[in-house]
Write a protein that binds this ligand. Sequence first.
Ligand code: FE2
Length: 478
Amino acid sequence: MLYRFSSRRCESQPDKSLWVCDMLKRIRTEDVALGMFLHKLEGSWLSHSFWKRRFLLEDMEQLVDLKSSDVEWVTIDVSRGRDVAAAPVPEPAPAAPEPSAPPTPPAVARHDSEGGRRAQILGRARQSEESVAPAAVPARATPYRPLASRMIAPGARPLSSELSAASEIAHRSRQTMRDLFAQARLGKTMDVAAVEPLVDDIMHSIQRHPHAFTGVVRLMKTSDYLHTHALAVSALMINLAMQLGLRQHQVREAGLAGLLMDVGMGHVPQEIYDKEGALTPAEEQIVHSHTTLARDFMAVECEIPESVVDVCLHHHERYDGSGYPHGLKGEEISLFARMAAICDAYDAMTSRRTHKAGLDPAMVIGIMRDDIDRMDPDIFEAFVRAVGIYPVGSLVRLSSERLALVLDQNVKNPTLPRVRVFYSTTDDARIEAEDLDLVYRIGRDSIVSRENPDDWGFEDWDKMASDMIRKATGVSVR
Ligand SMILES: [Fe+2]
């Protein structure tokens, strides 16, 4: 659709400085009504809670959110929705303002001990994102009402209750991702609308339990790495964004970025993608091109937020400037791309693939910590808090001289996870499996160290760990 702008002032409402083109009108937010097609919201994307850049406004809650946001002007497309000059439709009064509401997102305020660090990252995030959106952020007209306040408290449901829902979401999501990647590979327009509900489903699962969804994805087939990796990174991005106290629309965008960032990989020949050992320079160049290819796909998808396009292009940049495609350094790399770099590397190292076993999650945290110059240290620390000191699937040694597998996190006491004991270190032999909640074993048993599975000679530890998780949780994964 071609838009032709003119500088003709609207004569019908000159007092409102309404500028007109053939199909697009710039109007004050206070004049927005249901049925209008919003073509553009002015100001930084941090100044409002809307995920899509262009959409038909049909929902009263969205209208109330828009009118109570920092957005003062919008552009509507009158060829796709109601015109501002149309007869008014009765609207309910906007939600009562919350004059005493603090401007800081409540997710930050919830974690007092970490508030300073999160506030620093949030501050930098806002500066960074405002530089992406060059339009000036208008002065705050009404108190901002963050959607994050409506988020369900993390860990609101036990792992056992969330696993079946997470399993259903994971299988449905994987099929959608297969279709989406196939569309991209064939150069077709991607059905991005089909992905949006998935992001919400994954986000809601993580809000109910932070590790159920990633646990299910970990158990999925190794031959479908490209799609399960997208799901896992999406979940890690959502979890990390929540840990950083980002607003709900940012959490969604982070999840969408995780799903889409490797969509350009569909063009990399399978034999290169699955190759064992070092790539030749020519093969390396082909793999690296998945970033610019993804950006090129996204450029024609007007519904995809710019921050997501940026992650597609820059998730292989590294904090010390050693990444690609542009060798960006430090905070030249956007917040989401710095987050994605960490989530992507963690999942790549911990995942099983056809030609390699996944590494122990706690070991991977150690490896990444040794390589901290390549990532944003503040975001990495938040990531460690998000996945836990002993991530699900880690091998640990207990004071009772037994080895155990971490089954679930304890959000309040990260050093006291739920574990499955299966090996005696004194007898050097397998023992009957027993599940322990270490929070109820204080004074009797505790974790004394992380262990490297290779040191214990376990054959195919990754499969062994997956089987134990499967048995302990009863989750059925195809
Ligand atoms: Fe990638």
